[in-house]
Design a protein around this ligand. Sequence first.
Ligand code: PA5
Length: 450
Amino acid sequence: MIQLKLDIDQVFGFIPKEKIFDLNQQVVTSYRKIYNKTGAGADFLGWVDLPSQTTDEFIRHLSDHAAELREKSEVFVVVGIGGSYLGARAVIESMTHHFSALINKQTPHIVYAGQNISEEYLADLLDLLDIKHYSMVVISKSGTTTEPAIAFRVLRAHLERKYGVAEARKRIVAITDKSRGALKQVADSEGYRSYVVPDDVGGRYSVLTPVGLLPIAVAGIDIHELIGGARKMEAASRAVNKMYGNPIALYAATRQALYHSGKTTEIMVNYEPRLFYLTEWWKQLYGESEGKEHKGIFPAGVGFTTDLHSMGQYIQEGLRNIFETVISVEHATRELRVPAADTDLDQLNYIASKRLSEANLMAEFGTTLAHVDGGVPNIRIQLPAINADAIGQLIYFFEMGCALSGYMLGVNPFDQPGVEAYKKNMFALLGKAGFEDQTAALKERLKGKI
Ligand code: PA5
């Protein structure tokens, strides 16, 4: 049984119910394209039955390997970018103690590299790696992405200096294509332990492959439970391929109806700081899948109540092209109450002995109603708690919701042609062979700047 619930009551003041339910036929058609593999990008539908196809034996194998890596690592570096990093980070940060780096000595501290080209960032990371035992996983489906390739070259040299080449080889895991790409060649020639990113699973849909599962397991999170949650959502989705009784389809249809009514920005809202990277993962999934052919909802994210003190004004009274989707967590796993005070100088005795989660929930309801009054429709996704099972459900919910949304919008939700434009310019400016033709023209446009 899935525990995730969807509430769209706060949308009906903006668009009539029928406008959403009229989209049922589009939902049915989109589901057919997905399950029959007849839509655009049909070669990239491997994620659809990934949870049910992932065997318990493979999960055990990954967990055992992760335990070995944990043994020898105070720090574990995940090298990757985009879909080869955000999923792991989303799950790890959603279930890791906020201050684990300072108080947890049992599980390696997970850090990230290759998600930018900042010299400052990588130099700081090396300071940490100088004084900690570490190992790393390098992840790139294509095996040719510049950011992780640069970081890996730097980190590999550091690791080899620190431990010697033979031990460094035991501390590096590669996750890449089964046969293509520079990373595959390095991994083969160095004899790194490797995992394959399946051909039919694109980067941003790959969190439930070894791309996400290995780092998540190294962080000490139960990947069996995570896959279990995703399996439940996969089964629920397969059982009902229409809008009625299917929260995924209802989410896709609701955002589609809102988009057509002029709500072109969706703000993902959380009230738990540990969900920050889940929003980042969602932003990539939806932004890269829908934003093409000059169409698509712009995915944004905020963390409340923090951002109510920075973005709240805009959301309440700015341009009315936005809607919010709130991830609301029913049960906090820790208990903390507001203490009573004799003097009540801070005037908080009216909430004395109440849990902070109750204050957080009232902040959520108060904010939702204020924003609805201000012209911002609200979709609410309710999670029972933040645990591996619920996060697994949520991941599959968003993946399938994204595929349905893309097809309903009339785009291929599995390609990302626009990502190449910056790369070509960067290669030409850095002098990569094969890009010489563009170099002069680009330098002319940057005259006086480089
Ligand atoms: O979703 C995608 O395909 C992209 O975001 C990729 O994951 C990202 O560009 C990294 O690519 P790669 O894994 O090939 O290094």
